[in-house]
Design a protein around this ligand. Structure first.
Ligand code: COA
Length: 388
């Protein structure tokens, strides 16, 4: 297997981008990544694009050749593939790109992710998102994603004493981090009181415990480490790329206080990278709801099971804390254009490892991790990146 590097990144601003179309977003992120890598379109050997439901959100499927066309790459006839794994689609696209380069099949690979979610009304967005749950046994009976994570939150609160304030402290931290990220959907800081005063969405999750509905795209350029230097000296190495699965339905899951797929993917990733949780300097985790971040930092081994809420409340996951989590603002404040999220997480970690994260820079960050989840935990993807 060849060693693989990320040599370029690019993303759009995330938010309600009513003046931009799906194709505008794809083009902008792709062009930014190509320019950042110092390559030309003709250098690209393959493309993988993550998208959850462009059909449901903008009535457009077959988005891989669409991406090729908007990038002006049609004359090269390179293979372009869309990858779908609900909210983990971007992470999966990244992993497919990694596998293609590591195996020696392709050299320069463009990985992307995009979603345009705000062109439908909120109830329709909720319905499209619910197709990533078990439609027959969950969604048809009225279950939504806030509802599924609310059940996990109640269980965690019951089993470990996790409090409403501890959940809220995840949102407060991530909004604070997002206030320093010009690409974030929300740049405003919030307080615990703001979270607890916001409308209840699915008990115990308030509106400010939820990630928003978002438009956005992100991209990254991958290359074999040995030829990466030909293009750029801003090289970040991929130390591990892992993926694990579980039941699509929550009711058939063996545990409700954790995402077993994430635990599994993380264990494999630490083994592949030859590192331990304590070696990670910064992590972007899948905080689609505040409880999801608390479970993630436990599943990834940063904190003991049941202690994630307390750790967050005590500031251990802040930018200057023991393990900075979601320096970008996370899905909560940066936004969650589902198919783009996994690649946007890679963008943030690469910026951190290059020392380009500005006001939210983690001091001396050398090893970073991304944790991207599909649905209520049916798919989990973990990447570990490091400076060379
Ligand atoms: N966080 C912070 N602010 C939010 C927000 C969020 N998650 N969602 C909406 N807002 C803000 C809007 O910006 C708007 O502010 P404004 O009045 O200043 O413009 C206001 O709240 C009302 O927005 P609206 O779009 O009417 O909210 P909504 O009630 O339709 O949707 C949620 C709120 C929480 C239901 C929606 O964001 C949601 O479904 N989130 C979860 C998405 C999801 O499940 N993703 C997949 C995860 S697996």
């Amino acid at each position: 297997m060849r060693e693989v590097a990320v040599i370029g990144i690019g993303m759009t601003k995330f938010g309600e981008l009513w003046d931009k179309s799906f194709r505008d977003l794809v083009a902008e992120a792709g062009v930014k990544a190509i320019m950042d890598a110092g390559i030309e379109g003709k250098d690209i050997d393959a493309m993988y694009i993550g998208g959850m439901s462009s059909g449901g959100f903008v009535e457009q499927e077959h988005v891989a050749p669409l991406a090729i066309e908007v990038a002006g790459l049609e004359d090269f006839h390179i293979p372009a593939t869309r990858v779908e794994g609900a909210c983990a689609s971007g992470g999966l696209a990244m992993r497919q790109g990694y596998i293609a380069v590591a195996s020696g099949i392709h050299d320069i690979v463009l990985v992307g992710g995009a979603e345009k979610m705000t062109d439908v009304v909120g109830t329709e967005a909720t319905n499209v998102l619910a197709s990533a749950a078990d439609r027959e046994w969950e969604a048809f009976f009225g279950m939504t994603f806030p509802g599924l994570y609310a059940l996990m939150a109640r269980y965690h609160m019951h089993k470990y004493g996790t409090t409403q304030e501890q959940l809220a402290s995840v949102a407060v931290k991530n909004h604070y981090n997002g206030s320093m990220n010009p690409n974030a959907q929300f740049n405003r800081k919030i307080s615990i009181e703001d979270v607890l005063a916001s409308p209840m969405v699915a008990d115990p999750l308030y509106l400010l415990d939820c990630s928003p509905i978002t438009d956005g795209a992100a991209a990254a350029i991958l290359a074999p480490l040995d030829i990466a230097k030909k293009y750029t000296d801003k090289i970040v190495k991929i130390l591990a790329s892992t993926q694990a699965s579980d039941t699509i339905s929550l009711h058939n899951r063996k545990r409700f206080d954790a995402l077993p797929a994430a635990i599994h993917a993380a264990r494999q990733a630490y083994k592949m990278a030859g590192v331990e949780p304590k070696d990670i300097d910064v992590a972007e985790v899948h905080d689609c709801f505040t409880i999801a971040e608390i479970m993630a930092i436990e599943d990834l081994g940063f904190f003991e099971k049941g202690k994630g809420g307390k750790a967050t409340e005590e500031g251990l996951t802040a930018i200057d804390g023991q393990i900075p989590i979601n320096t970008s603002g996370g899905l909560k404040a940066k936004g969650h254009p589902v198919g783009a999220t996994g690649v946007a997480q890679i963008n943030e970690i690469v910026m951190q490892l290059r020392g380009e994260a500005g006001k939210r820079q983690v001091k001396d960050a050398e090893i970073g991790l991304t944790h991207n989840v599909g649905g209520s935990g049916g798919t989990a993807v973990v990447h570990i990146l490091g400076v060379i």
